[in-house]
Design a binder for this molecule. Sequence first.
Ligand code: DGL
Length: 265
Amino acid sequence: MTMADNSIVFIDSGVGGLPYLKMTRECMSKENLVYVADNKNFPYGEKSTQEIKEIIINLIQEIITKIDPKLIVIACNTASVVALSTLRNKFGIPFVGVVPAIKPAVEYSDNGRIGLLATRKTVEDPYTDKLITNFASGCSVKKYAGIDLVEFVEKKYFLSTDQEKLKVITEASMDFVDSNIDSLVLGCTHFIYLIEYFKQVLGSSVDIIDSREGVVKQVKKLVEYNGLSIKNKNKDTFYITGSNYEKSNYREFANKFSLNWGGSL
Ligand code: DGL
């Protein structure tokens, strides 16, 4: 296996973190970027705190052994909310997490009514309540778990029509429309694939917000701060865990984001 030199690794349960890798590449074109889709353990959002922690710790251990990255982006809200502090205590490399962009949403909102669409685990986790207490105390925050939507992006993104995409988003947005929100936080990285459809369904009066900008800024800062310079730029690579992916769309996702197909991690 050829591994990228001095790389930044992005992980998620599936394809959700790829838009984060993409924006990082746009800002830091010389870095070696590696993506790991933890297909073996998809989906994270329906698992318990303990299960998610164990899965992520084992995955990070494997990535450190096989890739030896200089920085890891936990490009998954569920894993970050549940396990980020544990990972920072356990492993001696820098981590950047992706957590729901509640703070920016408050800044965008005029009417103080905010929506949070995320996985069941992210919606229920006390970390999310803490984010809301700390940054949105004067606001009304409507939370909704878009369970079917995660599966839809992972399995049907390339196979579904525009009509089908609009239908699942209309269903997931009903509570938000009723609550008269004016900013919606996409608190699951998978949902970024559907951002244009959210705009169509919710209209121009609702701002759709995710965490990409803040995350890329933090990656850049850490790389510069730690003096983690690059030696040779390789083609960015997509790896996958487990072995049950041959009939799926992962190669298409790798192509869409101009990544080498690395196969099994
Ligand atoms: N993409 C992940 C997130 O941001 C979770 C998807 C899953 O449930 O595995 O939360």
